[in-house]
Design a protein around this ligand. Structure first.
Ligand code: FES
Length: 351
């Protein structure tokens, strides 16, 4: 069956029923700026940055929330669209403390990028903004509501992406803010510190505490890797400066789809721990001494043979780790079953 069509900037394009105007535009290479839209979450239409003109509509419409319709005539780049987006960006800039010089998100802030793109050098509106103290009473996340634009992406990330339901909108009017239950600080709330809200925040309202002051985005090298904590295989990006991990963000992977848990996102201190073992150790007379891999593995093989000869293979057991891959665990059980002749193989799936 033929797909329905609509006109996008004067060009006839096909779409699938249920797609939004934003999705149709994106798949046809037409860029529409967004702020509150979050992949895989219900559109909220909160920021009004993605406004487009639809012929016959009374007002401009939010393309992220408006379904495409057959015969629709959509224009994404008219003077009216431009003026409205510009006005909305100005209002967002006027509504809080957006001092980019000292903001941790300088260089990756979506509002900053839009202000630049739309040539906003002066803010015409001088409103009275709410004063908020920065919340950094937990070791992982800094919340600065004076930079919050109430786009709601953190709420969507918490409620729909991670389904933790720890935050939502609170209060009314100019006093509106994102709150936990009872407006408690994160560490006293239901928050599980997955940090998905930080990942979703397009401005400097939510930041990783350990990364503050550790490097601007242009100084950080991104290294894609697999989370080492459990067998799910979440894909992540290490942000590295001078060989040191500054922060971790989620990458799109088949098993995690852009999500991370508290361990994957924040539990990377062990990488640089001075207590981390970097060479095999052999215990002699109650004291550990450093050894080569050849010597250490040779000793283990010798001991296995002695135990097996003296007590039989049933006296040997192997305990593997959930932090290794499926393939490594397969080889591990093969070593014990086939190599050593014992079925005493187990693993620790607890971290
Ligand atoms: Fe569409 Fe915010 S991105 S209203």
């Amino acid at each position: 069956m033929a797909k329905p069509t609509m006109t996008l900037n004067g060009k006839l394009v096909e779409f699938d029923p249920g797609q939004t105007i934003l999705e149709v535009a994106t798949q046809n290479g037409v860029e529409i700026p967004t702020l509150c839209w979050l992949k895989d979450a219900t559109p909220t239409g909160a920021c009004r940055i993605c406004l487009v003109e639809v012929k016959g509509a009374r007002t401009l419409v939010a393309s992220c929330a408006m379904p495409a319709g057959p015969g629709m005539e959509v224009s994404t780049d008219t003077p009216q669209v431009h003026t409205s987006r510009r006005l909305n960006i100005e209002l967002l800039l006027a509504s809080g403390n957006h001092n980019c010089l000292v903001c941790e998100k300088n260089g990756t802030c979506k509002l900053q990028a839009l202000a630049y793109q739309y040539g906003i050098s002066d803010i015409r509106f001088k409103g009275q903004t709410q004063q908020y103290a920065t919340e950094d009473s937990n070791p992982l996340i800094v919340r600065d509501f004076s930079r919050c634009i109430l786009c709601g992406r953190c709420v969507q990330a918490c409620n729909e992406i991670q389904v933790n339901r720890a935050i939502g909108y609170g209060y009314r009017g100019a006093a509106s803010k994102i709150v936990t239950s009872g407006d408690q600080p994160y560490h006293l709330s239901d928050c599980v510190f997955c940090g998905q809200c930080v990942e979703a925040c397009p401005v400097g309202a939510l930041t990783e505490k350990k990364a503050v002051g550790q490097g601007r985005s242009y100084e950080l090298k991104q290294v894609r890797t697999t989370c080492p904590y459990c067998g799910v295989g979440c894909q992540m990006l290490l942000h590295v400066k001078a060989g040191k991990i500054v922060k971790v963000t989620a990458a799109q992977g088949p098993s995690n789809k852009g999500r991370l848990c508290v361990k994957g996102r924040f539990g990377y201190d062990f990488v640089h721990s001075p207590e981390r073992l970097t060479t095999p150790l052999i215990k002699e007379n109650g004291q550990f001494r450093e050894a080569s891999w050849e010597e250490a593995l040779g000793l283990v093989a010798k001991k296995f043979k002695e135990v097996k000869k003296e007590h039989g293979p049933g006296a040997i057991a192997g305990l593997s780790s959930a932090r290794t891959t499926n393939e490594e665990n397969y080889l591990f059980q093969k070593l014990f079953r086939v190599g050593l002749g014992t079925n005493n193989v187990d693993h620790c799936a607890r971290l």
